[in-house]
Design a protein around this ligand. Structure first.
Ligand code: PLP
Length: 450
């Protein structure tokens, strides 16, 4: 029951929510979050929740880091906005571009600023097309992404995304975006197949897709080092070396979508480092500013950029850019967020407390509702099942996940169910005691659901 004129009633009346059943929202209404502190947030009734998703996998430094607030305030006072179109620039954009290029795990040459993960991936795709034309290879524009991959929701990045709900009734994906199988070993392996054999099969399927389409038509491959929104899918043994070998064999550009994995999430500064990836481009957002302000970035190496720079000279401009790209306040906050992550060794904390999280989650493996636990660093998931042997949840996909998720919420823990996988991606400042709190609530929620 929502009271007339309450924030809940006003939300129902005026606000269309992303990723929400818009009709059900009319009955259910919103959960109003009012404040945040460390790994906790508080709702309008004063109930406190352990935010085990860090918002949307993104508030890496926690919910009330004063250094980020001060960095924003100082930059607001000095120069609240300027753009970087034409030959204009400003200190925070230069400092952040230099910082990102310098900290990239493989040689990158420049950063381009955007405002969301979707825009960064959209921009990567446009740059790849622009480059193909610059190289006199207009036929080489097809892009391969993966089933269950998540790259955002603009027309291009939703096309890259390999999840049905992002395509249904949107008339997506657009032509020229192809999908290959996901690295979901637990779900997709054949009976008796080893991790190495499964990885070999996935790499062979990728090569077969490239051959079937014509290698001269394939420009790039987009992938998250660990899939997030697709269900926290950690690639199995041998997967990345075999996939990268195929990409090298056909000279296909590799775009690592580090929007979730970047800035410490996996216990490495970048997910690419966890798997020895050598991308040509990287897209960054979320943990870049700990989501205190919207900002994203695209890093590209010389192989990508040299032809683009020439083409911009031929045309007269690189005709792409966003009003708020490299926003000085967002850039100042991102620089401070990175400084906090580095100075407090939050990457090391993600590795250490992440190992503890996985140890505690794997101790739940015998629970009748758990099919698999997985993860790396401070990203993890439990795959819920009703029938362990058949690896099946309930008749309706996602129903079991939603039930356990709701019980966790009652117990004061916010997480997300991606179908029947329950994901965990807390702020990187989380302590072992707070992980105990999370796992105890999870155990209770599982028992309540039995
Ligand atoms: N890429 C990945 C891996 C993501 O997880 C997301 C968002 O969850 C995006 C891209 C899209 O980012 P945004 O929602 O900022 O557009």
């Amino acid at each position: 029951m929502t009271l007339p004129n309450s924030p809940e009633a006003r939300d129902i009346a005026a606000h269309l929510h992303p990723y929400t059943n818009a009709k059900k929202h009319l009955e259910i209404g919103p959960m109003m979050i009012e404040s945040g502190q460390g790994v906790y947030v508080e709702d309008r009734t004063g109930k406190r929740y352990l935010e085990a998703m860090a918002g949307l996998w993104s508030v890496n430094v926690g919910f009330n880091e004063p250094r980020l607030i001060e960095a924003a305030t100082a930059q607001m006072r000095k120069l609240p906005y300027y753009h970087t179109f034409g030959h204009k620039s400003h200190g925070p954009a230069v400092d952040l571009a230099e910082k990102l290029v310098g900290m990239a795990p493989v040689p990158m040459s420049k950063a381009f600023f955007t405002n969301s993960g979707s825009e960064a991936n959209d921009t990567a795709m446009k740059m790849i097309w622009y480059r193909a034309n610059a190289l006199g290879q207009p036929q080489r524009k097809k892009i391969i992404a993966r089933d269950r991959g998540y790259h955002g929701v603009t027309i291009a990045s939703a096309s890259l995304t390999g999840l049905p709900a992002n395509h249904a009734s949107f008339d997506l994906p657009i032509a020229g975006v192809l999908h290959t199988g996901s690295p979901h070993f637990w779900r997709d392996a054949h009976p008796g197949e080893s991790e190495e054999e499964f990885s070999t099969r996935r790499a062979a399927e990728l090569a077969a897709l490239i051959e079937a389409e014509g290698p001269e038509t394939i420009a790039a491959f987009f992938a998250e080092p660990i899939m997030g929104a697709g269900g926290v899918i950690v690639p199995p043994q041998g997967y990345w070396p075999k996939i990268q070998e195929v990409l090298r064999r056909y000279d296909i550009l590799f775009v690592a979508d580090e929007v979730i994995c970047g800035f410490g999430r996996t216990g490495h500064m970048f997910g690419s480092q966890a798997f020895d990836l050598t991308p040509d481009m990287m897209t960054l957002s979320k943990g870049l500013s700990s989501s205190y302000l919207p900002i994203s970035a695209l890093l590209a190496n010389d192989k990508v950029l040299a032809p683009i720079i020439e083409e911009s000279d031929r045309i007269g401009t690189f005709g792409h850019g966003f009003t708020a790209g490299g926003h000085p306040v967002a850039a100042a906050v991102a620089l401070e967020s990175i400084a906090v992550i580095e100075e407090r060794d939050l990457v090391g904390n993600a590795a250490r407390t992440g190992a503890y999280l996985h140890q505690r989650l794997s101790a739940l493996a015998d629970h009748p509702l758990i099919g698999e636990t997985r993860g790396l660093g401070l990203i993890g998931a439990v795959e819920l099942v009703a029938d362990k042997a058949a690896r099946k949840a309930l008749e309706k996909p996602g129903q079991l996940g939603a039930a356990v998720n709701a019980r966790l919420l009652e117990r004061g823990v916010i997480t997300r169910n991606m179908g029947d996988a329950l994901a965990f991606s807390p702020p990187l400042i989380i302590t072992e005691a707070q992980i105990d709190e999370l796992v105890e609530a999870l155990t209770g929620a599982l028992d309540d659901t039995l």
